[in-house]
Design a protein around this ligand. Structure first.
Ligand SMILES: NC(=O)C1=CN([C@@H]2O[C@H](COP(=O)(O)OP(=O)(O)OC[C@H]3O[C@@H](n4cnc5c(N)ncnc54)[C@H](OP(=O)(O)O)[C@@H]3O)[C@@H](O)[C@H]2O)[C@@H](O)CC1
Ligand SMILES: Nc1ncnc2c1ncn2[C@@H]1O[C@H](COP(=O)(O)OP(=O)(O)OP(=O)(O)O)[C@@H](O)[C@H]1O
Ligand SMILES: [Mg+2]
Length: 388
C-alpha cells in the first residue's frame, strides 16, 4: 500500500513534461505567492485571467470534524487558478495527454464523450483503449481521437488463450502509460469478467507509474468488488452516480446511504478506502478526500440525459492533471497542502454544469450530451479567457 502522508502527491515522481516553467507561469506563481490569503483558503483568482484575485475568491473547504452544511467551493476561482495559460512557447502534449479505458460492444458513446470532452476542455491528445468491436465505431465519431482496439471480451478469447491475451493487452497499454497525465477507467467498459481482469492489471500498472486515475461507470463496478485496486491511492478519483454510490457505501461501510449526514458519510467512505478522492454526483456534487469536504451546486440543467457523467470524467481528468502540475511546480507551502484531485473535481463539476446550462437554454427538452459538449469551450472561456 502507498504512503499515506497528506502531501504524498507532491512526493510522486513528476516528469515535468506537461507544463514547462514559462515566464508567464513564473509571473503567475509570484502573484500567487504574494496574494495567497490564509492557510486553509488557498488558491485565489488566477492572475492570468480577467478577474482580480481577492480573499473572497479562495477555495472554501470544510474541516472534516465540522458538522452542518457543506461549504460551496469557489469553483470559478479554482478553474481560473489551475487552467494553464496558452503559451506560444509550448509544444503539443504539454497541456495534457489523457487516456480513456472503455468502450465495448454495447457502449461506444460513453468513452467517446469522455475522450472528446478532455480535448474540448483543453488537453492536447486524447486516447481511447477499447475492444475491437467498439474501435471502428468510436473512430468514426471523431478523427480527433487516437483509438486503440486492444481490449478483448470473453466471447472472443478461448480459455487456453487467456493468459497470453491478457499479458499482450497489458504490454500494449504499458507502452503508452508513462506518457499519460491522467487515465479515465470505466466509461462504457461493460462488465465482462475477462475484460475487467485485464483492466485490473492496467489499473495496477497505472498506479505503479503514478498516473492519476479517474474511475467512473463500470470501473466503479470493478473496484467496488476489488477495493485493493484503489485503496490508499492518493491519485485516484471515484465519480459515482446515485446507484454507484449506493453500491460503494453498502460494500465499504456496510450500511445504507444516509442523506442526513451526507458529508460525514462521504468523508468516512474516503477514509475507509485510504484517503482517495470521491465526488458523489447529484443535485450538488459533493467532493471529499477524507480530510476535507466541499460541494459544487451551481445550477446546470434539469435534463438528465445519459452521458453527462462521461463528460464530467473526461473534464475532471484534464483539470486534475492541470491542478497537479500547478501545485507540483508551486513552491508556496500553503498551496502544497491542497489536494489537486479535489481541485480537479471542483473544476470539472463547475464546467459541466455551466455547459449544461447553456445547452439547455438553447435546446430545452431536446438537450442531449453532444449539445452540452458543444458548450464546454464557451463555458471555460467565460471564466478564463484564452486571450490572443
Ligand atoms: N451513450 C452511452 O454509451 C452511455 C453509456 N453509459 C455507460 O453505461 C454503463 C452503465 O452505466 P449506468 O450509468 O447505466 O449504470 P448504473 O447507473 O450503475 O446502472 C443502472 C442500472 O443498470 C444496471 N446495469 C448497468 N450496467 C450494467 C451491465 N453492464 N450489466 C448489467 N446491468 C447493468 C444496474 O444494475 P445493478 O448493477 O445495480 O445490478 C442498474 O440497475 C457504463 O459503462 C456507462 O459508462 C452511460 O455513461 C450513459 C451513456
Ligand atoms: N438531480 C440533479 N440536479 C442537477 N444536476 C445533477 C443532478 N444529478 C446529476 N447532476 C449533474 O449531472 C452530472 C452527471 O451526473 P449523473 O448522476 O447523471 O452521472 P451518471 O449517471 O454517471 O451519468 P452517465 O449517464 O454519463 O453515466 C453531475 O456532475 C451533476 O452535475
Ligand atoms: Mg456514469
Amino acid at each position: 500500500m502507498r504512503n499515506h502522508c497528506p502531501h504524498a502527491w507532491h512526493q510522486q515522481q513528476h516528469s515535468g513534461r506537461m507544463w514547462a516553467a514559462s515566464p508567464a507561469f513564473r509571473r503567475r506563481l509570484f502573484l500567487l505567492r504574494s496574494l495567497s490569503p490564509s492557510p486553509c483558503a488557498a488558491l485565489p483568482g488566477n492572475a492570468a485571467c480577467s478577474s482580480s484575485p481577492s480573499p473572497s475568491t479562495s477555495i472554501r473547504v470544510n474541516a472534516m470534524s465540522a458538522s452542518g452544511p457543506v461549504y460551496e467551493a469557489d469553483a470559478e476561482a479554482v478553474v481560473r487558478r489551475i487552467t494553464p495559460p496558452l503559451d506560444r512557447a509550448r509544444h503539443k502534449g504539454q497541456a495534457g495527454k489523457i487516456a480513456v479505458i472503455g468502450g465495448c460492444r454495447e457502449y461506444t458513446g460513453a468513452p467517446y464523450f469522455a475522450a472528446i470532452s478532455a480535448l474540448k476542455v483543453g488537453a492536447d491528445l486524447s486516447h481511447v483503449f477499447c475492444t475491437r468491436d467498439a474501435a471502428t465505431v468510436i473512430k468514426s465519431y471523431s478523427p480527433e481521437l487516437i483509438v486503440h482496439p486492444i481490449l478483448e471480451e470473453s466471447y472472443s478469447v478461448s480459455d487456453g488463450e487467456r493468459e497470453y491475451v491478457s499479458s499482450r493487452i497489458l504490454t500494449e497499454v504499458a507502452k503508452w502509460m508513462e506518457r499519460f497525465d491522467c487515465i479515465v477507467v470505466g466509461p462504457g467498459l461493460g462488465r465482462d469478467s475477462f475484460l475487467l481482469d485485464c483492466v485490473s492489471n492496467i489499473m495496477r500498472h497505472a498506479r505503479q507509474a503514478n498516473i492519476p486515475t479517474v474511475v467512473d461507470g463500470d470501473g466503479l463496478f470493478l473496484i467496488t468488488n476489488n477495493l485493493s485496486l484503489v485503496e490508499g491511492n492518493l491519485l485516484a478519483i471515484l465519480t459515482p452516480n446515485v446507484y454507484e454510490y449506493k453500491r460503494l457505501v453498502q460494500k465499504v461501510l456496510n450500511c445504507e446511504v444516509n442523506e442526513e449526514n451526507a458529508s460525514e458519510q462521504l468523508t468516512a467512505l474516503c477514509q475507509k478506502i485510504g484517503g482517495i478522492t470521491i465526488m458523489r454526483k447529484g443535485k450538488a456534487d459533493i467532493i471529499s478526500d477524507g480530510k476535507t469536504v466541499t460541494q459544487v451546486s451551481t445550477f446546470g440543467s434539469p435534463r438528465r440525459c445519459g452521458g453527462q457523467g462521461d463528460i464530467l470524467s473526461g473534464s475532471v481528468a484534464v483539470f486534475a492533471s492541470w491542478a497537479r502540475h500547478f501545485l507540483l511546480t508551486n513552491e508556496y507551502p500553503t498551496e502544497k497542502s491542497v489536494n489537486p484531485m479535489m481541485l480537479g473535481c471542483i473544476a470539472g463539476s463547475l464546467l459541466l454544469r455551466k455547459a449544461a446550462s447553456h445547452a439547455f437554454e438553447k435546446n430545452k427538452r431536446s438537450t442531449v450530451t453532444t449539445d452540452i459538449i458543444e458548450f464546454l469551450g464557451k463555458s471555460l472561456e467565460d471564466i478564463c479567457p484564452a486571450g490572443h
